[in-house]
Design a protein around this ligand. Structure first.
Ligand code: ADP
Length: 507
């Protein structure tokens, strides 16, 4: 193990449970990679620490090799050896920790959803800090994400700063407050944290159960910077309705709490270079988009009798957060309005999966509706490129990426005004928004009436003003959803925290 070379920029180390494309479940994986790539381009030294899962996409890791030195980390009163691997993912240096613990924490064939997730990730959080200490790293920022690595914040201040890993400020990003990792307080002792000290109302104690600890709350209390993934969601979680029990904690710590909208990977999502597409295209050459629409119709056996029929797309996890009942309603309403609808989605919730399987078979040979109930990266690119409109009726949405990807491919979003959708989709009829920012159709109330109103306005616009519609398509394709501006906001928060520490005389 060697310490990292000095760099003129900041030294940022992400400790996370996901990183796209090697270990991705959802948006968290995209953020770790997108933000890191953008910060690296700006001259910062960025490293990532991940668990070494058996189910990773190993073909996406370059130069994977095991280090000679073994790290020993504490758990349940003993020291366990961890093998440490290094490799390069998307040009970024990544450390992979393989615990030699008999429970084989990361040899489970899946990333999450195990009965002992609290143990697995509190172990990993401690092992990651142990690695940084033993490697002599002197990062400026340690950035942890979601409840799985929230333990890093209290572990750092209570155990690792006293041991000498004390150069860093801690940044914590919560990608979805729905998932808090709450567990019986006694479980915190396994990773060496002091249960009596931490199971207190002003520290890690869950706000509604006094014998339970809440890792997200712990990270909010113990981090120097706390962020979530859009400005509107940051406001929403500070209210009793939106905070999932943490609103009072977030309000108390509001000075260090900010919402920063995620970007998308504009290299991976680029219709001008996208190899998944039948025909590549750009805002100045929309003929290619029409050819992709024709190709998708052929592939899915949808009618091509009316070339001008608008095609509505939806690509989503089918979970209550995404407004599944409104997606279902939008399918039927689109049919009534004379459009076509393509849904690509799958559900971890058995009764929702069954319900949509029922709808899928109802429309199996239909001319205008197709439901494909699986995860399919390639098909997702085809649908973004082929669709004219893209519906996202979420009940809540911390950031949401599909509206941004849809726009990049010239599909106009129809979205509920919540969270990150509120920060990225602006209604074409909203006079309070400057014209150049208006890019879609929105509704506020999450009910059928709301969906109908936005969908009908979109259809009327499409049919009655084809030229304006084309201009709208071109203008949404030209919007900038790259990581550049978001990364510069993180950079500013990091730099301010580092400067504050220096001013206060910290190392
Ligand atoms: P969340 O992280 O809550 O699922 P986001 O909008 O942040 O929602 O990100 C969703 C990502 O997953 C997008 O890149 C979208 O294209 C992709 N996705 C969702 N469902 C599918 C699917 N069934 N097949 C392929 N890609 C999907």
């Amino acid at each position: 193990l060697t310490s990292s070379p000095t760099s003129p920029g900041l030294h940022v180390i992400h400790i996370a449970a996901e990183m796209a494309p090697v270990a991705k479940v959802g948006g968290l994986g995209d953020v770790v990679t997108g933000l890191s790539k953008s910060l690296q381009k700006r001259g910062h030294l960025v490293e990532i620490v991940l668990p070494k899962y058996d189910c990773m996409q190993y073909d996406q890791i370059r130069n994977l090799r095991v280090l000679d030195t073994v790290v020993e980390s504490y758990f349940d009163g003993q020291l366990y050896k961890d093998k440490v691997w290094v490799g390069t993912v998307e040009g970024l240096p990544v450390y992979f920790i393989e615990p030699l613990h008999p429970d084989k924490f990361f040899w489970r064939g899946q990333f999450y959803g195990e009965h002992d997730d609290f143990k697995r990730f509190s172990f990993f959080s401690r092992a990651a800090l142990e690695l940084l200490l033993q490697a002599g790293k002197k990062p400026d920022i340690i950035h942890c994400h979601d409840w799985q690595t929230a333990f890093v914040a209290p572990l750092y201040w209570d155990l690792y700063a006293p041991k000498g890993l004390n150069s860093a400020r801690i940044c914590f990003t919560c990608h979805n407050f729905e998932y808090q990792g709450i567990a019986p307080a006694s479980e915190l002792a396994s990773c060496g944290l002091d249960v009596d000290q931490l199971n207190r109302p002003d520290r890690m104690q869950d706000n509604s159960a006094h014998d339970r600890v809440n890792p997200i709350k712990g990270a909010v209390v113990f981090s120097n910077i706390v962020t979530t993934v859009s400005p509107t969601y940051a406001q929403e979680v500070r209210t009793a309705e939106g905070g999932r029990g943490l609103h009072s904690t977030l309000n108390f710590h509001s000075k260090k709490f900010a919402g920063i909208l995620n970007g998308i990977d504009t290299d991976a999502w680029n219709p001008a270079t996208d190899d998944f597409l039948k025909v590549q295209y750009s805002a100045n050459d929309l003929q290619g988009k029409a050819e992709n629409k024709a190709a998708l119709r052929r592939m899915l056996r949808l009618s091509s009798a009316d070339v001008g029929k608008p095609l509505v797309g939806s690509i989503t996890r089918l979970v209550p957060q995404k407004g599944v009942h409104l997606i279902r309603h939008a399918i039927y309403r689109t049919l009534e309005l004379g459009g076509q609808f393509v849904l690509l989605g799958s559900s971890p919730v058995p009764h929702i999966q069954r319900e949509f399987e029922g709808i899928a078979s109802q429309f199996q040979n239909h001319d205008d509706i197709r439901l494909i109930l699986k995860y399919d990266e390639s098909l997702s690119h085809s649908i973004y490129s082929a669709s004219d409109m893209f519906i996202i009726p979420s009940i809540f949405e911390p950031c949401g990426l599909t509206q941004m990807i849809a726009m990049r491919y010239g599909s106009v979003p129809i979205a509920r005004k919540t969270g990150g959708l509120h920060d990225s989709v602006f209604d074409v009829d909203d006079d309070t928004v400057p014209l150049r920012f208006r890019n879609g159709f929105t509704f506020l109330t999450p009910d059928e009436q709301g969906v109908n109103n936005a969908l009908e306005r979109a259809f009327n616009y499409y049919r009655n003003n084809p030229e304006s519609w084309q201009q709208l398509v071109q203008s949404v394709m030209n919007l900038d959803f790259s990581w550049d501006s978001s990364a510069s906001q993180y950079e500013e928060l990091y730099s301010k925290a580092v400067a504050r520490a220096k001013a206060a005389g910290h190392p």
